[in-house]
Design a protein. Structure first.
Length: 59
């Protein structure tokens, strides 16, 4: 298989891809950002709780 044929096949395959709409990309990005913020807050709260417990346990 030569390089020219590879690029032709790649281009043909990309034309068959079902690309998401702008709205779908926006909604997916929004969902990911909300998830990241929520997970960050959960980890921060756990860090505060466990560091407080360690401070209480150590003299």
């Amino acid at each position: 298989m030569n390089l020219t044929q590879y690029f032709r096949d790649s281009r043909a395959e990309l034309s068959r891809v079902s690309w998401p709409t702008r709205q779908q990309v926006f909604e997916g990005t929004q969902a990911v950002l909300i998830f990241v913020v929520a997970l960050t807050l959960i980890v921060w709260v756990l860090d505060v709780v466990f560091s407080s417990l360690v401070r209480l346990a150590l003299p």
